[in-house]
Design a protein around this ligand. Structure first.
Ligand code: ADP
Length: 584
């Protein structure tokens, strides 16, 4: 850099001196010409005045000679009105017509000129002055126009000396300046290196140039800001680290391109991973549990959420595990990537409690079932053998009989619900269950009930649609929705059952033209034992378990359940099933 600055400055100095020389040279030559012209004009005026006072040729000759004798540089030419040269100071032009030595354009100039400036002109290295003195006399004076070469040489010499001095000074000062610049640049460079290495100390900011001082102060400001940002980033980082590593949940963040972006201590403990996990390492190189691997693969392939339990038989622990696909993409390295969050929660205690609860419900239901079966059996027997009993006895026996049937149904539903909730007794064989089959048998079972109220059931099902599941789950789901659609309908109303494929999902809708559900109740109808308190409902009877069973079945089938309803217009239940891959 130093050499570059010196070279440039020397070059600029040289060029500046050269320009200065050219300028002064052209200025001097112009000035030289002007002064010669003035001298010629002045002399010509004096000569012309004297010539005008002469009356004979002799007098005229002597005037001309007297001037040219002392002024060798001056040539005077006189011609008469006939155009003949009558006198020429060089003596060799006498008798020649004026047009031979003075051109027409000169004569024209002499005739037209009104000022001395018009009368003077330069032609081929001579300066001429031409003037008509009288009708009979035309005078032309001239001198040789010579450029003063000594002036040029002197100029060149001065230039050379100036050039040498200029170059010397320029090199000297540029060296000094460049040393100063290099010194400050090196100082800044070494300081920036220390910042780069993570050492944030202040740079000495006093300097003789205020501009440099400003730069140094700016560097210190930037330094401070970096330090502040680093501290706040570190603080945020340590906060996040603290929370993530002290969570009572395992968390792993995996990117769409299969890299582990984050894994916390809890997850490492659950998955028996010791040591540090390399950043952005492929998850196949770290995770070993087959169930977890296959679910991550599935989630990444299908871009969907997965739920499953990881059971650690050695530690006797159960971890409820979810893989959530984040809908918003993460922006990293100039590309958008989908992220998957694996969350593992220790549910050992809850599952044990669930087991106990399920056990209890199952035992209690079985305990209740036998007395109720006896009550139903004996009341039926009593009705049969007391055919001639009085009407009141018959009526009460009927009530006992009907209520025992309802109780049995409620107990069966409760048991089924408990199995669904605690995922017990659901290990039956999965098969291809076609919607058209389940719907037609369910509709058949409810036709009598619908006919009683003149309700028509309209079915519109894509015949090819199926799910790979246990038949009884789909059967229970559709039965509960259809029975409600009939139960909470009006006389002569309609029920529409639709199944279609949309956006790679199977959509089942059961809609009715019934009493509808008030907005305030709509969020609560899926709660267990929740029944809308209306006289219509009371009359219809029910236990408030049906829709809770529907909700639990949807959970098991990983289907999305929703409802739309308008009071006094009707209700529509919508179930969205994931479409199974083609199963042959
Ligand atoms: P229930 O045994 O009372 O029918 P459910 O759990 O099946 O219990 O339904 C809960 C409540 O939701 C019902 O009591 C009823 O008020 C309301 N409900 C369910 N389905 C419909 C429907 N299709 N139309 C109007 N209300 C309904």
């Amino acid at each position: 850099m130093k050499d570059e600055i010196i070279r440039r400055n020397a070059f600029i100095t040289g060029i500046s001196l050269l320009i200065f020389f050219l300028f002064s040279f052209s200025f001097s030559s112009y000035y030289n010409l002007r002064s010669m012209e003035t001298q010629l004009i002045n002399m010509s005026n004096v000569v012309s005045n004297q010539i005008m006072e002469t009356s004979t040729d002799e007098e005229l000759n002597s005037v001309v000679d007297s001037f040219t004798k002392n002024q060798e540089w001056l040539q005077i030419t006189i011609c008469n009105s006939h155009g003949n040269i009558v006198k020429d100071s060089e003596n060799d032009m006498i008798g020649v017509t004026i047009s031979a030595s003075i051109s027409d354009s000169e004569l024209l100039r002499a005739n037209e000129a009104s000022t001395d400036n018009d009368r003077i002109y330069v032609d081929q290295q001579r300066i001429y002055y031409i003037k008509i003195l009288s009708n009979d006399i035309i005078m032309r004076t001239s001198t040789e126009y010579s450029f003063n070469t000594s002036f040029l040489y002197m100029n060149l010499l001065v230039l050379l000396i100036l050039l040498i001095i200029g170059l010397f000074l320029s090199i000297f000062f540029s060296k000094k300046t460049s040393e100063n610049i290099v010194e400050i640049v090196e100082k800044i460079d070494s300081h920036l290196k220390t910042i780069n290495e993570g050492e944030y100390k202040e740079i000495e900011d006093s300097h003789r140039y205020s501009e440099v001082e400003n730069v140094l102060r700016e560097i210190n400001e930037v330094n401070k800001n970096i330090l502040k940002s680093m501290q706040s980033i570190r603080f945020e980082h340590s906060k996040i680290d603290f929370v993530i590593n002290n969570m009572e949940q395992g968390i792993i963040i995996i990117s769409e391109n299969e890299e582990i972006l984050l894994i916390n201590d809890y997850a490492k403990e659950v998955l028996n991973i010791s040591g540090k996990v390399e950043e952005n390492i492929n998850y196949h190189r770290v995770l070993t549990i087959d169930l977890l691997l296959s679910n991550i693969e599935k989630a990444i392939k299908k871009h969907e959420d997965e739920y499953f339990d990881i059971v650690d038989r050695v530690k006797e622990k159960i971890y409820a595990t979810s893989i959530d696909y984040l809908k918003n993409k993460w922006f990293s390295d100039n590309q958008e990537i989908g992220l998957f969050i694996v969350l593992m929660t220790d549910v050992t205690e809850k599952r044990t409690n669930d087991e106990l609860k399920a056990e209890f419900i199952s035992n209690a239901s079985h305990e209740l079932k036998s007395p109720i079966t006896s009550i139903r059996g004996f009341s039926e027997l009593l009705l049969a053998i007391n055919d001639n009993a009085d009407e009141k006895t018959k009526k009460y026996l009927n009530v006992i009989y009907n209520e025992s049937i309802k109780m049995k149904m409620t107990i069966d539903e409760l048991l089924y619900l408990s199995n669904l909730e605690y995922r017990r007794n659901l290990e039956g064989d999965k098969e291809k269950v076609y919607f058209k089959d389940v719907i037609s048998s369910t509709v058949e079972a409810y036709t009598e009930q619908a006919d009683k109220e003149y309700i028509s059931i309209i079915v519109n099902v894509d015949e090819n649609l199926y799910i790979y599941e246990q038949t009884n789950l789909l059967d229970h789901l559709i039965s509960n929705l259809l029975s409600n659609a009939i139960k909470y309908n009006r006389r002569g109303g309609k029920v529409y059952i639709n199944v279609e494929e949309r956006d790679a999902k199977i959509i089942l809708t059961v809609a009715d033209t019934g009493i509808g559900i008030d907005e305030k109740d709509i969020d609560r109808i899926f709660e267990r034992f929740y029944r809308i308190d209306q006289s219509h409902n009371r009359r219809k009877g029910g236990s408030g378990i049906g829709l809770n069973i529907v909700k639990q079945i949807c959970n098991v089938l990983e289907a999305k359940l929703s409802v739309e309803s308008k009071k006094d217009v009707g209700t529509k239940f919508i179930v969205e099933f994931k479409k199974n891959e083609e199963i042959e």
